[in-house]
Write a protein that binds this ligand. Structure first.
Ligand code: AHG
Ligand code: MN
Ligand code: MN
Length: 339
């Protein structure tokens, strides 16, 4: 491989006219680099200098959730390209400024600042996830018209995975590319050009502890994954980390399927549409995969509130369709779903 390009070089080639998008991405990667360093030194960090509490999800915020949210907000504000942020850690939309017209940033970001945060203290990979939308009308005050856009209206989406290395996966209309943080230079280098998800894979990811809460169709699919074939071999391995970014990254590179389905007690499931399901669905579908709720495509869902939850089945298209037919025997065809 020739020397990999920097993210800035890649973006200047990919979007030479869109200085705002380039600025937005460079500021997102600055926040992610800081978070990567903080996570690496977590056990030693004096994390009691950030106030924690219960977030709008009703979940206990960890110190790293708050730190991550603060750093992304600071850099997004500094980018001059972002007019509003929807964050898992903020009850309402955070408006970056009240300006109208050309001075206000053209982009809106939906953000999960730290995904899988319960894994931080046990050294299991965690991530950050974002979607980018275009403001509908720069000469009108920001409103739900701007904030509640369907997933298929995304301009771009990406995630950072803080694992053995820090990886940045970025998707836009031109495709999906991966970058690895070079800890010496601090640059994200273009190490995974043109990512395509394998048509199938051998892993399924689901929280089996919820099996008793799954609807019958979902239970039938999980049993299908566990069973042996007539030849006696077991086609699938179960892989589940509790960090969506880690589980989805695995299937993006090797193929596979991830499910966080609705249950009898939580029919909409757990994962949030705006900053988990939609960005991951956009990335996986740009790589040739598929993401559904069980009955419809994730990217087509009309979003009604910024913290709305959705069931999700995401991964290699063939495997998602197989799971979908167990969950919903009258699932539309792949062609109809992609309309
Ligand atoms: P977050 O840390 O942003 O709240 O996300 C955690 C999510 C997701 O990363 C993961 O797939 C899922 O929660 C795991 O949930 P369960 O522990 O219920 O399986
Ligand atoms: Mn999350
Ligand atoms: Mn989170």
């Amino acid at each position: 491989m020739s020397d990999p390009k920097s993210l800035r070089h890649f973006m200047e080639e990919q979007h030479p006219q869109d200085m705002h998008l380039i600025s937005l991405l460079m500021h997102l990667t600055m926040a992610a680099s800081e978070l990567s360093v903080k996570l690496a030194s977590y056990p030693f960090g004096q994390m009691n200098d950030v106030d924690c509490g219960i977030n709008v999800q009703g979940e206990m915020q960890g110190p790293m959730d708050v730190f991550a949210d603060h750093r992304f907000m600071l850099h997004l504000r500094a980018s001059g390209s972002c007019c509003a942020v929807i964050s898992e850690e903020q009850p309402e939309v955070v408006r970056m400024n009240e300006d109208l017209g050309d001075t206000a940033g053209p982009y809106i970001v939906a953000l999960d600042p730290l995904d899988g945060s319960s894994n931080v203290a046990v050294n299991i990979p965690v991530g950050s996830i974002f979607s980018i939308y275009t403001r509908k009308d720069k000469d009108k005050m920001l409103s739900n018209v701007d904030y509640l856009q369907r997933g298929e209206e995304q301009v771009a989406a990406g995630y950072f995975l803080y694992g053995t290395t820090t990886i940045f996966v970025y998707a836009d209309a031109k495709g999906v590319d991966g970058f690895t943080l070079d800890s010496l230079s601090g640059e994200f280098l273009h190490t995974h050009p043109g990512i395509r998800i394998p048509a199938s894979g051998s892993t399924y990811a689901v929280n089996d502890g919820n099996y008793h809460l799954f609807r019958r169709g979902t239970q039938n699919y999980v049993r299908f994954c566990r069973q042996q074939t007539e030849l006696g071999d077991v086609p699938y391995s179960a892989r589940y980390t509790g960090s969506m970014v880690a589980d989805v990254h695995r299937l993006l590179i090797r193929g596979g399927v991830f499910l966080y389905p609705g249950t009898t007690t939580a029919p909409a499931g757990k994962l949030r549409l705006a900053y988990e399901c939609n960005p991951m669905a956009y990335i996986v579908e740009k790589a040739g995969g598929l993401a559904i709720t069980g009955t419809e495509r994730i990217l087509g869902i009309e979003i009604k509130s910024i913290h709305q939850r959705s069931p999700i089945v995401i991964g290699s298209a063939q495997m998602v369709m197989t799971a979908g037919h167990f969950i919903n025997p009258i699932l539309p065809s792949l062609h109809e779903l992609h309309l």
